[in-house]
Design a protein around this ligand. Structure first.
Ligand code: GLU
Length: 420
């Protein structure tokens, strides 16, 4: 979702917004127009019908997508999202972000993304399983361990991945590396579930460290307390950041002297959401974004910081836990204000990085312990952060443009080496 008004005064779509970010970096690299066109266009887009029998015997027909953006650097990689706002344009945008994300952290993958337009909360577990299996029936020919490896995203989890793997194996035989983000006891990797949130925390810490600031002096607001937000909160609480606000679908919760994160995590496990959490003041999700804090972590849906609220954002640092939370309309406003934005393609890359570790373990039939996963994650993200920091300092560009520049350069190089 994007709100920069273009020629005909209509807001940019999500994929136009990614193309806009891409072009800013491509301008810096003086990339010629023909290469830009090749790199922007997805390699393949698949739209499929997903007919599913509901528990009451009725038939519902859903629509699913898999967009494979680029495979110059390796098999394509990216999550599957179950959400009622999923459409081809959004999946296209997210697929290209995966190409740039895997390139920034320098893991040997390209980019893809998929999804189904459905509200998973409205399905029973059995219906969800039937939808998932039907979807794999439709896309199994274009995915696989050396082609395109799906993983969880919003609305999907390790259990859904286990069904997918099982369905894929009905056609192709034993193949645990065909999907990542699986349950730990079923060829999953230790530390995969926490990886995206932990990565957000690690990178926030590195950024402050580089700037000579201490986490103890940083008040943080986190929007979204799902897989990304809750693990980021846990890691950052342990690293002594002051988390003063958190939120989920039930709204926002603010406490000036800091939220007791272990207590909030326990509350969510017991009650399924933060609804009714009494240890903090209730605020709205919108108010949370505009709080007087040093750091803001949008870790829910994309498109929440727009040209309409960007001016009111007080946080000096924004760490993009979600994909595409800052619209292209908001980005220049934040830049002019001096807000430091750690972009999604770096900030939330911890998840796909540990997906890569899972895939490596599956292919070697050898599992790593949690310490090894965490250490390797730290080392991959540190290297990526230093690369982006250096590019941004040397070229005097934002972290987002620097990250895109590094990624584009790597994909162009791989394409040239292969011979176009
Ligand atoms: N869905 C996650 C992302 O947006 C993870 C993708 C993966 O592990 O392949 O990065």
């Amino acid at each position: 979702m994007n709100d920069t008004l273009i020629k005909d005064e209509r807001p940019m779509t999500a994929s136009e917004a990614v193309a806009w970010y891409f072009d800013r970096a491509a301008d810096q690299l003086e990339l010629d127009p023909s290469k830009r066109e090749m790199l922007k266009m997805p390699k393949r887009e698949m739209t499929v019908e997903v007919p599913v029998e509901m528990d009451d015997g009725s038939l519902q027909t859903l629509v699913g997508f898999r967009v494979q953006h680029n495979n110059a650097r390796g098999p394509m990689k990216g999550g599957l999202r179950y959400h009622w706002e999923v459409d081809l344009d959004e999946v296209r945008a997210l697929a290209s972000l995966m190409t740039w994300k895997t390139a920034v952290v320098n893991i040997p993958y390209g980019g893809a993304k998929g999804g189904i337009c459905v509200d998973p909360r409205k399905l029973t577990r059995k219906e969800l399983q039937r939808v998932t299996r039907k979807f794999i029936d439709q896309i199994h020919e274009i995915i696989g361990p050396d082609k395109d490896i799906p993983a969880p995203d919003m609305g999907t989890n390790s259990e859904v991945m286990a069904w997918m793997r099982n369905q894929f194996e009905k056609y192709h035989g034993f193949s645990p590396a065909c999907i990542t983000g699986k349950p730990v006891e079923d060829y999953g990797a230790l530390g995969r579930e926490e990886a995206t949130g932990r990565g957000v925390g690690i990178l926030a810490f590195k950024l402050l460290n580089r700037l000579g600031r201490r986490p103890q002096d940083i008040r943080v607001a986190i929007q979204g307390f799902g897989n990304v937000g809750s693990h980021a909160a846990k890691y950052m609480h342990e690293s002594e950041f002051q988390i003063v606000a958190i939120s989920d679908v039930s709204g926002g919760y603010y406490r000036a002297d800091g939220i007791n994160i272990p207590d909030a995590l326990r509350y969510v496990i017991e009650n399924k959401s933060l609804e009714g959490y009494k240890e903090a003041d209730k605020i709205s999700n919108e108010e949370l974004l505009e709080l007087d804090v040093e750091m803001l972590i949008p870790a829910a849906l994309g498109g929440c910081i727009t040209r309409n609220n960007a001016e009111r954002i007080k946080a000096q640092f924004i760490i993009e836990g979600a994909n595409g939370p800052v619209t292209a309309g908001a980005d220049p406003i934040l830049e002019a204000k001096g807000t430091i934005v750690l972009p999604d393609i770096l900030a939330n890359a911890g998840g796909v990085t540990v997906s890569y570790f899972e895939w490596v373990q599956n292919r070697q039939y050898y599992s790593w312990d949690l310490n090894r996963v965490r250490q390797q994650l730290d080392s991959v993200l540190s290297k990526a952060f230093e690369d982006v920091w250096q590019e941004s300092t040397e070229r005097k560009v934002s972290f987002r443009t620097a990250a895109f520049m590094i990624a584009i350069r790597r994909v162009v190089r791989a394409t040239e080496l292969a011979g176009i």
